[in-house]
Design a protein around this ligand. Structure first.
Ligand SMILES: [Zn+2]
Length: 439
């Protein structure tokens, strides 16, 4: 089932040819911008070199530092007066970076995210709770535009107002929730506190979850608390790629815990080794690096997201009929979050898998505290919470998690178990790694 079969069923060669035509046009547009010419000159190139077969593979990468140097409207390729809307990155480190959207960029965004939602199983006529955040953050506005484009009935509540939402899911008979997984877990808790049993009282059949990576165990637990047949579909995107427009799970990809790169005709996604920048092969982990082909106002070329994913063993020719839109695994962490402790590489997602898979822990409340000496972590402590209704002693629970971590990581890690409700909770992207003095 495809919203745009003429594009979505292209095979890999057809997709490559379409991308090559758009890359050449992008090079022409960027050539008119002195900032972009200067950026390409760092690699001894000119934007028009994007028309060459190996042009993109040799183009310089970009990250926040490149844009911060050109504050406040970095590498804008249209007059600022043509921008109808700015969005911004979360700004967890330093000033937020602003990304402009022209009227046409917003139109393209609504079409891209509509395709993504349709691939995940959202249909015209569905009643949809839109729970992603608004304001400068792109998640909420992009989903709202796309839900309208698709012909659903949208309830744009945004995050928060949990007590109202848990009633409305029941009384307005919502079919779909677009929401961060941590907020959905919070809604389940609030519903039960108010005497609502989501498994019986709600009819929501699907959640589009995004904004952060969650382990399969966490997703399984969410699904177990919801009505029979409910599925939580992963989605993925970033402000820099133009919105929540990259990853979508068709039914087959969902079963493999994978996502299609669903807008490959508009955003090229490379998976590159974070150190060598060599492309990852099938089954290998790489950093997501994106190039926007159609964006008018704030295009990016080889933007380093620092998100790490594994390319599928068999990335092409999915059973759903999408042939040239490869599949990737869920986001497994950030290249700047990977910890090297006593010579062992530790991904926060590995810790999450263990915490989520241990009965008695609170799945959305855990932290890694690191002791850093001269910029490199010397030791780490994992903090978990004991669920309020769990019978085991907290010291026993800490011991169980510590033993699982030791066998999973090959590293002995101290585990502290805290009372229920004492560790930080996050509505959107969680900060799992914190310096020790904050513990
Ligand atoms: Zn598929």
């Amino acid at each position: 089932m495809m919203l745009h079969p003429e594009i979505e069923s292209l095979d890999r060669d057809g997709m490559r040819a379409l991308q090559a035509r758009k890359l050449a046009a992008l090079g022409e547009r960027l050539a008119a911008s002195p900032d972009w010419c200067e950026h390409f000159a760092k690699a001894g190139m000119h934007p028009r070199d994007l028309a060459a077969a190996d042009g993109l593979a040799h183009a310089p990468t970009m990250e926040k530092a490149d844009l911060r140097a050109r504050y406040p409207f970095p590498m804008l390729t249209v007059e600022a007066s043509k921008v109808v809307r700015f969005f911004a990155t979360s700004g967890t480190t330093g000033l937020p970076v602003l990304f402009g959207f022209t009227r046409n960029d917003l139109r393209q965004l609504s079409i891209q995210v509509a395709r993504q939602l349709y691939c995940s199983g959202v249909r015209p006529g569905d009643r949809v709770y839109q729970g992603f955040g608004y304001g400068l953050w792109i998640g909420g506005p992009a989903h709202e535009l796309a839900l309208q484009e698709l012909g659903t009935t949208c309830f744009p509540v945004g995050p928060g107002r949990s007590e109202l939402v848990v009633q409305w899911v029941r009384e307005l008979a919502w079919d779909v929730a677009a929401v961060s997984p941590l907020f959905l877990a919070n809604l389940l808790r609030v519903a039960r506190e108010h005497g609502i049993d989501p498994r019986k009282d709600w009819k929501v059949r699907m959640a589009i979850i995004g904004g952060q990576a969650v382990s399969r165990a966490f997703r399984d637990e969410l699904e177990a608390g919801m009505p029979a047949g409910f599925t939580a579909r992963n989605s993925y995107g970033t402000t820099e790629s133009g919105g929540p427009n990259l990853g979508a799970a068709c039914p087959y990809a969902h079963r493999r815990d994978e996502m299609h790169l669903i807008n490959e005709d508009a955003v090229i996604t490379e998976l590159l080794d974070p150190q060598s920048l060599k492309p990852a092969g099938p089954g290998e982990v790489g950093e997501v690096v994106v190039t926007t082909l159609d964006k008018e106002a704030s295009p990016v070329v080889r933007w380093r997201t620092h998100d790490l994913v594994r390319m599928a063993e068999k990335p092409y020719d999915c059973e759903c009929g999408r042939r040239g839109m490869p599949t990737i695994g869920r986001i497994i962490g950030r290249s700047d979050d990977v910890l090297k402790v006593r010579g062992v590489l530790v991904f926060p997602s590995q810790i999450e898998d263990v915490v989520a898979g241990t009965p008695g822990t609170v799945k959305d409340a855990w932290q890694i505290y690191v002791d850093t000496v001269d910029g490199s972590p010397k030791s780490m402590t994992v903090a978990i919470e004991c669920d309020a209704g769990h019978a085991a002693r907290s010291s026993d629970l800490a011991g169980i998690v510590a033993r699982s971590l030791s066998s999973r990581l090959g590293l002995k890690v101290p585990v502290e178990c805290h009372p229920y409700g004492t560790l930080p909770r996050y509505e959107a992207k969680a900060r799992r790694v914190l310096p020790k003095e904050q513990s």
